[in-house]
Design a protein around this ligand. Structure first.
Ligand code: G1P
Ligand code: ZN
Length: 543
């Protein structure tokens, strides 16, 4: 074996987005591309000398090869130890847990989350810090700055390691520990939840289905839900991870997990169903005959978390991303705890969690989590729901009905316009931002604008400021519209429009969501001029 240095061409315009660097797989496979970005990370964190890293990914195409590359580079950069999931698998929350548990200096997580996998699909790399959470805004910026001026990377010339063999081996001077990806994570779940209660519920005939969508949560869900909690074999669907996720989108929403939704809506469907995404951090929650929006799920979990042993002392506070509905705000105010509104992206919860200011947090994009790790956690959300159902012994539908009667209902939907010409999308946002000061008091469709601004966030812990995080429009009737550009797309621009309308207690709780939101949708189209500027009349996806 020998160390070798290769030249790097500095990247141009390869800024990591909402969660790490995400590109087409073939881009990552170009000689030197992954290597130069990984070296930029090592350079930005002050080198790898003597450090411990966790490495794993969601099993998509190029996962194993990328891990071999990162291992060689970690060894060449002087790392002391690498902890790798067997066969290169680690869900994002399990990686976060391992980083924290082992006191590692950070972790490399290979995933493009819910985006499809395959040689012609998507790949991604994110770096998490020693607290187990996504790199902060300033660290992400440092990766980018280093990638702009990087001249070379250093690696080893060596044969690939066998990632299938659990145990400790060596790569030059670096120890490589290959661990079962599930064991530590399952142990953490056992500490937080009342597994006996959930077991009892299931043994009494409560039925569930979990769709792993051919992605990383298959082994986790099989071990925990079937082997440990006693759900019958076959309760976990699509449980074997595959490099192309069965050619599907491992995205747990009613569009990409339609078969599961159809099942739960049918008369003989299960009492409870859920799905997770490619890397296991997202969740979708369903009950017999009902889909629970992620914003509502966060609110229900906040209101009922004390029923699980891990949260029996109550919550320190909660947080949600700005576009997420205000359903959880009502629970927080009822509980008398703080509710923080952060920009989109899990990294903004990190400081609040580290400082003990919040216990639970979530995003409208199917992400929910707590202070147990520093990532959102799909299976954790499923287990918290099961723990609540096991204690309350009522249906998901009843829980939702009861919740809306207590707090009122925030009707909510997100409309996505995909593969929009980036120039036009940028133009639309620039023009809209310029018009914002004139909007208050003006009419849009049937609504009157009360306030309109570009969301800017000052981190309450470190005081850092993040500007231009999306346009937020509040209407006089209390409805709200938000519009922002996605930071995770790989194909031109994705425009996201978030719509919300609050109906207080005693109002109509069973309206069709899109009908309830029509007025605010029309008003947002008029205000943003999206149809004229981008030539799009209706969204590609409504969730
Ligand atoms: C999307 C979601 C956001 C989430 C991120 C990473 O980012 O909207 O909530 O944190 O994926 O999973 P976006 O594409 O909107 O920038
Ligand atoms: Zn994900």
């Amino acid at each position: 074996m020998s160390f070798v240095t290769h030249n790097c061409t500095p990247f141009s315009g390869q800024k990591p987005g909402t969660s790490g660097l995400r590109k087409k797989t073939r881009v990552f496979m170009e000689p030197g591309y992954l290597e130069c970005f990984v070296q930029s990370i090592f350079n930005a964190i002050g080198g790898g000398q003597g450090k411990v890293f966790v490495i794993g990914g969601d099993g998509r195409f190029f996962n194993a090869e990328a891990i071999q590359t990162i291992l060689r580079m970690a060894a060449a950069n002087g790392a002391a130890r690498a902890i790798v999931g067997q066969n290169g698998l680690l869900s994002t929350p399990a990686a976060s847990n391992l980083i924290r548990k082992r006191g590692a200096d950070g972790g490399f997580i290979l995933s493009a989350s819910h985006n499809p996998g395959g040689v012609d699909a998507d790949f991604g790399l994110k770096f998490n810090g020693g607290n187990g959470g996504p790199a902060s805004e300033s660290l992400t910026e440092a990766f980018y700055q280093h990638s702009q001026r990087i001249a070379e990377y250093i690696t080893l010339e060596s044969d690939p390691l066998d990632l299938g063999q659990i145990g400790v081996t060596k790569l030059e001077d670096m120890q490589v520990e290959i661990v079962d990806p599930v064991t530590d994570y399952a142990e953490l779940m056992r500490e937080i939840f009342d597994f006996d209660q959930i077991k009892a519920l299931i043994s009494e005939g409560f039925t569930l289905r979990f769709d792993a969508m051919h992605a990383v949560t298959g082994p986790y869900a099989t071990a925990i839900l079937e082997d440990e909690l006693g759900a019958p074999k076959g309760s976990v669907l699509n449980a074997i991870p595959s490099v192309d996720f069965g050619k599907g989108h491992p995205d747990p929403n009613p569009i990409w997990a339609k078969p599961l939704v159809d099942l739960v809506m049918s008369p003989d469907g299960p009492d409870f169903a859920a799905a997770s995404d490619g890397d296991g951090d997202r969740n979708m929650i369903l009950g017999k005959g009902i889909y629970v929006t992620p914003s509502d799920s966060l609110a229900v979990l906040a209101a009922n978390a004390h029923l699980a042993p891990g949260y029996s002392a109550g919550l320190a506070g909660v947080a949600r991303s700005m576009p997420t509905s205000a359903a959880v705000d009502r629970v927080a105010s009822d509980l008398g705890i703080d509710c923080f509104e952060t920009p989109t992206g899990w990294k903004f919860f990190g400081n609040l969690l580290d400082a003990g200011r919040i216990t639970l947090c979530g995003e409208e994009s199917a992400g929910t989590g707590s202070d147990h790790v520093r990532e959102k956690d799909g299976l954790w959300a499923v287990l918290l729901w099961l723990n609540i159902l096991a204690k309350r012994r009522t249906s998901v539908r009843e829980i939702m009905r009861d919740h809306w009667q207590t707090y009122g209902r925030n009707y909510y939907s997100r409309h996505d316009y995909e593969a929009v010409d980036s120039r036009k999308a940028d133009q639309m946002m620039t023009d809209l931002t310029a018009r914002l000061p004139k909007l208050p008091g003006s009419a849009a469709g049937n609504l009157i604008v009360a306030a309109a601004d570009q969301f800017s966030y000052k981190d309450p812990v470190d005081g850092s400021v993040s500007k231009n995080q999306g346009v937020c429009v509040i209407f006089e009737n209390g409805s709200r519209g938000v519009i922002r550009l996605s930071g995770t797309g790989t194909d031109n621009a994705t425009i996201r429009v978030y719509l919300e309308q609050f109906t207080p207690q005693g109002g109509q709780m069973d309206l069709d969501t899109q009908t309830a939101l029509r007025e605010v949708a029309d008003a947002m189209a008029e205000i943003s001029r999206l149809p004229e500027t981008c030539g799009r009349i209706s969204p590609d996806i409504m969730t």
